[in-house]
Each structure stands twice: as structure tokens, then as C-alpha cells.
Design a protein around this ligand. Structure first.
Ligand code: ADP
Ligand code: MG
Length: 508
């Protein structure tokens, strides 16, 4: 039997407001427990919620970015349930009328036949408050006893819950979507994207059905996946479990699962609770909050302040710069890498976009990843990278020497020419510094044909056996001669010229 995998994701993105969604308490992460709690967050009797305008503005931004309808009127509702970290006994959320309705997200997913672009529809995105946190592990009570504690600092933190239609068809698609969404919300500046701190966490709803079946199978929901790797593992495990269960004659029961990465070979899911239905929550409009009315003028003001979106930039990179869809996706994965690319190309001119892309996705990316993946402070600044590319394009150094220089500059082994005089400013001023470094290191490319010919003659004279073999048809030895000549010139030969001269000499 062939099975089709069906996945829908619900993503909780913590909005980057300084204060909470219904109170003035700070949302800063990592403070002393219960030090950031206003009366509303503590559910003190009589305390009333007041909606944070910044949270709404961020929801509007998101809605516009995904081409959704920003509802002119939406309603806050009470979602009732009991849990120690929820002192009110209900969470304020949006239910029947969410602020963002519909919309689409596109992403590139690697498949057997190559990278393809897929677009899925979103159901909705609604504003809600986060709950507090229960501290179970190693928590020592007032009298030194082992106990559990409640930290309400997170209670009332603004969340935008983003819900997809059940249109994802594999764990790879789910991860690609989640990465694209993460890229988008951080690009828009509405979420800091910090997954370790829980600013971006996903619930994956997973079901399977026989290929060709149009009705949905029974789903299970895996809660709180806070890394892309765990998401992939959890979905793969769940798909295996459900298909094996059905093939053995069993039926999937709808439930809520937790993923435990430390169990089994690649982690396992296990039941957390039976799945509750919407009616269990006894949703009703919160009488403490008026309907949220968003005037068209507000939407237009937000629209006017929108940055260029990743999708538009990808279009620009493929159309104007002739880059591949894959390159465009990689270069727009985060706002920081996109800004870095744009800065380098702005200095060099569009004609060098492909070189800039190759450098950024190659050596620069490797160096950034070694340093923890933060593109906001790249290992060499855009100006220095542009200068390096310019010196290769202009023939002053060859690509290999440029990479050596890059490694040295990136590791801080030499003072970056641009940091030598940070006030000098401008591409030209720094270019001169890089030139000075090239001269000082003696890295200039040798493209003088006399010097290269001399080196070639010398090598051929010292390699009679290889020369005979080559002439007898061992073509592969060409690489040997190139290598020897490169070595003789200290790696500085202009590779194209060297190839051409060598071919000429060997043919003669
Ligand atoms: P809740 O989880 O709060 O009950 P919904 O019923 O709206 O909410 O569904 C939440 C998510 O589950 C959505 O992303 C939706 O696409 C997805 N989903 C719903 N049914 C299925 C199914 N049978 N298989 C996989 N995903 C599903
Ligand atoms: Mg759910």
C-alpha cells in the first residue's frame, strides 16, 4: 500500500514587542522568575487587559507579507482550561474571527529531481497571549524540598499563531516551510526567531492516508517542536508509527503527542493527553476587550513602511542578476545575509552578482557557520569582500590567493584592511588597503607570459618521463604539469593563462 503523508503546521511566533500583549510588563527573556508580572498577568481580581498596539501592527505586517486579508474587525475570545501556569483559568486568544485570514507562503524544497518551489495556503494567523512556565526540574522550594515552581514572566507575552492548511506532504516540506516562515517573520522584524528561547515553536499535525484518497486521515498533533531537526525526526517517526499501525489492522486515535529526542534511534513521540476538541474549551468573546477594529488607513500606513520582501528579492535576483532559484533562496534565507549580498553587489555592480553569490554561499557562509551562523556580523565586511572580488576580477590576484587572503582576514590573522582605518570610508579607500596587503604578502598574480613560459620550460625539462607518457596519450598528466607550474610560481600563476601556455607548449 502506498501512503500519502498529510501535515498541517501551527507555529507560535513570539512578537517582538517590548511589553506584553495586555499589560505593560516587560517581555525580556531570562529575568528572575516572576519579576516581570503586572496585575493582569497575575490574574488579580479587577485587573483589566489593554491591547498592545505594537502587537496588532506586527500582525498586520505579517498579513500583508503573505497576501492575506487583514480583518477590519476581529474578536478576542476566552479559551478556558485549567493549568497551574494559567492563573486566569483562560487564555485570551482569537477564535472565530482572527486578525489575519488566508494568505500563502512559498518555499523551495529539495527533492530527488532537484529543487522545486512549492506554495501552500495558510488558514489564519491569530493574536493570543502566552501562558507562564512550570519549573519542574531541580526546582528547590522555600524549605529546600524538591518541588515545582511557576514563573509568570512569560504569561501575557504576545504570540501570533500561524496555521497552515493541511497541504504539506513530507517532513522535508514541513521543514522547508518552517524555515521559510522563520526567515519571513525575522525579515519583517516581528519576531526575533530565537528558537532556543522559544520565540518560534511549531506544532505538527500529522496523518496518513492511502494514496488517491481525498478524505483526511485521523491526525496526531506533536507539540512544541523548537528545532528544525526535531521537527523532521518527529514527523518521520510519527509517519512510520501511523502507517505500521494501520497496516497491522489498527486505527490511529487522535491525540496530542510530545517528541522525546533522547528515546530510540532518532527520537520518539509519546502521548501527552487525548486530543481535546474546540468545544471542550468553551470559547466565548472576552467581555473585557472590545472588538479589534483596524481602519484601512492603518493598514495602508503599515504597507507603506514594509521592506522589500524575500519573495520580491528572489524575483529580483533571478530576473535581474540571472541567479538560480536555489541561489536566490539561499541568499534570502535571512534578512542579514540578503543585506550583506546587496551591499557587496552595490559596491561591485550587477555584473559581479554571480561572483558575489558564489563567495557568500561558499567561503563566507562556511566561516559564518563556524562562528555560530550569525550573519549580522559577518567575518569580513561587505566592503572588504567586494574589494577581494574586484581584485580577482581585475586579475591582480587569482582565486586561490583570494581564498587564502579571505581565510586570513576572516580569522582575524591580520588586521582587516578596512578596520585599519575605520574612518577612511568608501570602497576606494579600503581597496588601497587591500592592495597594500596583497603587495606586502607578495600575492600578485603572475600573468607575465615570459615568467610563466620560463616556469613551464623548467618543469618540462625536469619531467622527461611524464612528458613522454603525456605525448603517448596519457592526457591526465596535464593536471600534473599545471600543478607543478603552480607550485613553482608559489600558487600565483594566472590559471587561465597558465593553461593556455601549457597547452601550446605541449602541443608543440
Ligand atoms: P486545533 O489543533 O487547534 O484543533 P485545527 O483543527 O484548526 O486546530 O487544525 C490545526 C492544524 O491541523 C492545521 O494546520 C490543519 O491544517 C491541520 N490538520 C487538520 N486536520 C489534519 C489532518 N487530518 N492531517 C494533518 N493535518 C491536519
Ligand atoms: Mg492545534
Amino acid at each position: 500500500m502506498n501512503w500519502e503523508v498529510v501535515i498541517g503546521l501551527e507555529t507560535h511566533t513570539q512578537l517582538s514587542t517590548r511589553s506584553k500583549i495586555f499589560s505593560g510588563a516587560s517581555t525580556a527573556f531570562g529575568a528572575e522568575p516572576n519579576s516581570q508580572t503586572a496585575p493582569v498577568d497575575l490574574a488579580l481580581p479587577g485587573a483589566l487587559p489593554v491591547l498592545n498596539r505594537g502587537a496588532v501592527e506586527r500582525a498586520i505586517r505579517f498579513g500583508l507579507a503573505i497576501g492575506a486579508t487583514v480583518a477590519p474587525l476581529s474578536i478576542f475570545a476566552r479559551k478556558n482550561y485549567f493549568y497551574p501556569d494559567l492563573p486566569k483559568g483562560y487564555q485570551i486568544s482569537q477564535y472565530e474571527l482572527p486578525v489575519v485570514q488566508g494568505g500563502r507562503v512559498s518555499f523551495v524544497v529539495e527533492q530527488a529531481g532537484g529543487a522545486v518551489t512549492k506554495t501552500i495556503r495558510l488558514t489564519r494567523a491569530h493574536l493570543e497571549e502566552d501562558a507562564g512556565k512550570s519549573l519542574h526540574e531541580d526546582f528547590v522550594g522555600l524549605h529546600g524540598e524538591k518541588s515545582s515552581g511557576i514563573d509568570l514572566n512569560r504569561a501575557g507575552t504576545p504570540l501570533l499563531e500561524i496555521v497552515t492548511e493541511p497541504e504539506l506532504r513530507s517532513s522535508a516540506e514541513a521543514v522547508a516551510y518552517a524555515k521559510a516562515l522563520h526567515g519571513l517573520v525575522t525579515w519583517l522584524g516581528i519576531c526575533d526567531g530565537n528558537m532556543q528561547e522559544g520565540s518560534f515553536r511549531c506544532d505538527a499535525n500529522v496523518s496518513v492516508r492511502p494514496l488517491g484518497e481525498t478524505r483526511l486521515g485521523t491526525r496526531c498533533e506533536i507539540k512544541n517542536l523548537n528545532s528544525f531537526r526535531f521537527m523532521q525526526q518527529a514527523i518521520d517517526y510519527e509517519v512510520e508509527r501511523q502507517t505500521a499501525l494501520i497496516e497491522d489492522g489498527g486505527t490511529v486515535i487522535q491525540q496530542t503527542l510530545l517528541f522525546d529526542p533522547d528515546r530510540g534511534a532518532h527520537g520518539e513521540t509519546r502521548p501527552m493527553r487525548s486530543k481535546e476538541d474546540a468545544h471542550d474549551y468553551r470559547y466565548f468573546p472576552d467581555p473585557d476587550l472590545p472588538p479589534l477594529v483596524i481602519a484601512p488607513e492603518w493598514i495602508e500606513r503599515v504597507r507603506a513602511a514594509m521592506p522589500e520582501l524575500p519573495a520580491a528579492m528572489r524575483e529580483r535576483l533571478t530576473t535581474d542578476h540571472g541567479l538560480s532559484a536555489y541561489d536566490a533562496q539561499t541568499l534570502t534565507a535571512t534578512k542579514d545575509v540578503a543585506a550583506y549580498f546587496d551591499a557587496v553587489v552595490a559596491l561591485l555592480g550587477a555584473g559581479h552578482a554571480k561572483q558575489a553569490a558564489n563567495w557568500i554561499m561558499g567561503d563566507v557562509s562556511a566561516a559564518v557557520n563556524e562562528r555560530g551562523g550569525d550573519w549580522s556580523s559577518p567575518p569580513i565586511d561587505a566592503t572588504t569582500l567586494a574589494a577581494l572580488i574586484d581584485r580577482v576580477a581585475g586579475g591582480r590576484i587569482n582565486a586561490k590567493q583570494a581564498r587564502t587572503l579571505f581565510t586570513e582576514l576572516a580569522s582575524g590573522g591580520v588586521a582587516s584592511p578596512s578596520s585599519a582605518n575605520p574612518r577612511a570610508g568608501g570602497f576606494e579607500a579600503r581597496l588601497v588597503d587591500l592592495d597594500a596587503l596583497i603587495a606586502e604578502r607578495g600575492l600578485e598574480q603572475i600573468s607575465d607570459s615570459g615568467a610563466l613560459e620560463a616556469a613551464i620550460d623548467d618543469i618540462l625539462a625536469r619531467s622527461p618521463a611524464q612528458l613522454a607518457d603525456y605525448r603517448a596519450g596519457k592526457d591526465k598528466l596535464f593536471g600534473y604539469f599545471v600543478g607543478q607550474a603552480m607550485k613553482a610560481t608559489g600558487g600565483k600563476a594566472d590559471p587561465q593563462q597558465l593553461n593556455a601556455l601549457l597547452k601550446g607548449r605541449l602541443a608543440g
